[in-house]
Design a protein around this ligand. Sequence first.
Ligand SMILES: C[C@H](CCC(=O)NCC(=O)O)[C@H]1CC[C@H]2[C@@H]3[C@H](O)C[C@@H]4C[C@H](O)CC[C@]4(C)[C@H]3CC[C@]12C
Length: 325
Amino acid sequence: MCTGILYNSSNHYFGRNLDLEITFGQEVTVTPRNYEFKFREVPAMKSHLALIGMAMVADNYPLYFDAANEAGLGMAGLAYSGNAVYNPSNPKMTNVASFEFIPYILGQAKTVAEAKELMKNLNITNEAFSKETQPSPLHWILGDKTGASIVVEPDADGLHVYDNPTHVLTNNPSFPQQLLNLGNYAGITPGEPKNTLLPDIDINYYSRSLGTHNLPGGMDSEGRFVKVAFALQHAPKGKSEDENVTNYFHVLESVAQPKGLDEVAPNSFEYTIYSDCMNLETGMYYYNTYEDNQIAAVDMHKEDLDGSELSSYATKKSQTINYQN
Ligand SMILES: C[C@H](CCC(=O)NCC(=O)O)[C@H]1CC[C@H]2[C@@H]3[C@H](O)C[C@@H]4C[C@H](O)CC[C@]4(C)[C@H]3CC[C@]12C
């Protein structure tokens, strides 16, 4: 499963945990302005905003899992199994295949507000990228450098676009149900809880952090939604880039999945394969992987953004340990 967040501090930081039991050979991939984005039905974009993000490149096409563009709009696809419905092409609508959705939006929209405009009368089609690469059921979180975020869900009754005051997204159930569920945890607090249980009795606060005693700690998507929303809401604002990036990764780490805890098939375990963080102001892309906790970074602006060829960086696959003696 997955978790996406927008962390609003002095700059704005967008990204996700990718939790899965298999990898697709994904790489950090920059799409420059003059790489031609071809679409199945809508006209090709010969030039567009440049993108950076994590993608599986197939037939020289970047299948983005998540990305941000040079204008500071980010977008991530998260599993929405059993709920996502993609439709056949509809001649009365703008038809974009699910795998084209990120390039279609990030190629042209600079803000969440502009993305919302593009989603009016949009039909996400069930066309497959190829015979081997069939559509994957997803919903999406978008965030921009004004600090706004939305969630887009392709349900049986149509495409829903919701403003997202929590700035987080996980997986099932649907976003409105995730918001409703927050009511069950409204009393969670970073501080010492008020004794409203037995006000006349002196309760022994035997531990620090009792205000979080009922915070969910499971790997499930409903629990992660509550936990990451709490962690994000209370994350301090950093005074420097390093502090912001550090705070950001700790928020995602609070819902990361260690290997061995989430068995999705006999002896097959889902785990947090990578976590990424895009600074929406600067175009700096930070990430770490399960195998290497050290944060790596790729600067979008060090690439030739006026070029026409994709550039990719393999993710790091072993620890960088700082031996001190
Ligand atoms: C399955 C994961 C989401 C992780 C997750 O929540 N898994 C647990 C679950 O399925 O419940 C999603 C996120 C982005 C998706 C990929 C991207 O959308 C790009 C690409 C799109 C193609 O239509 C299908 C393959 C391909 C490469 C997708 C495979 C499935 C991915 C990797």
